[in-house]
Design a protein. Structure first.
Length: 59
């Protein structure tokens, strides 16, 4: 469950950068947003792996 919580926290923290980039055309915020997207991708894959391992362990 900690992977899911980390993912939620990361999405919430990236929201300010998304607003700054899209509404104010802040290029530095765009860089931070791309970094956050990459971290989200890595965490999502880790979460998928975690769920699959738990599912297979129960079978």
């Amino acid at each position: 469950m900690s992977t899911f919580q980390k993912l939620k926290d990361l999405v919430a923290s990236a929201e300010a950068d998304a607003i700054a980039f899209h509404e104010k055309s802040n290029k530095a915020a765009g860089t931070r947003l791309r970094k956050a997207y990459q971290e989200i991708k890595v965490l999502a894959q880790a979460g998928r792996t975690e769920v699959t391992e738990l599912k297979n362990k129960e079978s």
